[in-house]
Design a protein around this ligand. Sequence first.
Ligand code: URA
Length: 240
Amino acid sequence: MQLQDVLFSQGFGTRRVCAGLIQYGHVHMDGQPVTDAALEVVASSLVFEVDGAEWQYYEKAYLMLHKPASTECSRKPSAYPSIYSLLPAPLRQRPQKGATQGVQAVGRLDQDTTGLLLLTDDGQFIHRMSSPRHHVPKVYEVTAKHPVDDRQLNRLLEGVTLDDDPRPVKAAACEVAGERLLRLTLTEGKYHQVKRMIAAVGNRVEGLHRASIGRLVLPADLAAGQWRWLSDADLALLAP
Ligand code: URA
């Protein structure tokens, strides 16, 4: 693959921009500037620097983000900054089917919800992780306004009806972690599902944090607002 095509595939701009970055000395490999845009390279696991920032080639991008509160999962946010503004520009510009779509969040979290969010440019991965048929468990830590009692807990486990669907939705698991703290596991992702389920049992969500997806737990050392690439081991924890 030509070096200019590697940069293009990783979101560094149009082919012409990428060729320019190389020709004008912005790109280094092994500490040396590389100025031949048509240089043939082995793309897989290629490491290069653009303006001093190190990048590794990934055919597909799989990331995790610790979503902070007061951010929106929309590209066109209405009240708070977009989560996409937390990512470097190449990740927002990676070409997908000819368009510069960049990575997309796998499902959405509300603006006040914090925690684990996956992003990718792999449409099949998004489908597999989001489809209710695949039953990927997601664990939410819920801070409730009122103490949680056994009746509420049992109703969450047995199923509650939400206003947009007559079929009841139930928690796959639900543990009390404190007087007002719950760990709720869901295998679907309906709009505001946790908040609506908690409201349906007569309580109210005051704080919501997603702790895990599948067997992948948000790492304790990933601070709110930070992102990282998913390793092969992380991806294995997301496999069925
Ligand atoms: N359920 C909600 O109500 N909000 C979220 O952000 C995620 C799940």
